[in-house]
Each structure stands twice: as structure tokens, then as C-alpha cells.
Write a protein of this length. Sequence first.
Length: 166
Amino acid sequence: MSEAYVECLVKAKPSILGKFFKYLLIMLTVALALLMFLTMNVILMILAVVTGVGAYFVNLFTDLEYEYLYLDKELVIDKVMAKSRRKRVATYSLDKVEILAPIKSYHLDNYKNRNVKQKDYSIGIEEKPDLRYAMYYEGGEKLLLSPSPEMIKIMKNVAPRKVFSD
């Protein structure tokens, strides 16, 4: 039995709201720390610590990367937060995939009107050309992915009737 192994790391673009809160909390932390040193107020020190911790957690959840790992008919998706924490998001079997095709592919026309749960594990923005893929899994989930061409090629070799690269 031949095993295929490909991994791909994709940086997700942070939302504008997340960036705004991150910079706002950093500026508040600095301003409160400066005021605390000038006035020697304990309440300002507590507020500076709270805003600093808030900035850390906002940074943790806005600096996201997704790692796709394809090994022997299984796609494993991990979320890497701020390059320091890793969390397994999901494991998908290629046998249960209905279709995997580029987002703007004509192969997805029959799937457009379905009411499914959508999960976005892609870069999060539409580029020119759009290299994101849509994967329908077991009739109940639609995944948005940004896999590498090597990963698509390997998956297409394993399941040529389910994976399309247009």
C-alpha cells in the first residue's frame, strides 16, 4: 500500500476588528502604565495588567495559521495560534468527501443551494486568482481550504472523481 504525505501551512488574514482591538488594547496598556508610574496609583496598575493580558489573548486569536496534513486518505487540519500553540481542529476522511473543487468551479454548481454549515480554514480573503477550494463533506459541512497544488495533485490521484483542479 502506497502512502502519500503532504503538509501545507497557510496564514489566515486577521480581521480588521481583531487588529483594531489588538492595537487599542496595546495603546491602552502603555497609556495606563505611564499614568501609573506618574501617579503611583494601584488601580491604574491593575487596569494596565488587565489590558495587557487582554492584548495577549486578542493577539493569540488573531495571529492564526492553519496546517493541512494529508496522510493516506486523511486530511488533518490544525490551528496554530501565534506560532506558539497548536490545536487539532478536525480530521476528514477522503472516502466521505463528496467533492473538492476550486471555489469558482462549475463542478460546484449542483452544491450551491445546499444549507450546510460552512467552516473557513483558508486564508480568509479572495485573491486574484482565487486559489481557495471548497470541500463538501458528508452532506452537512462545507469547508473552505487553501491547499497547495501538491496536496491537490496527491488527493486527485487517490480520488479522481471527487477532486477537481479545473
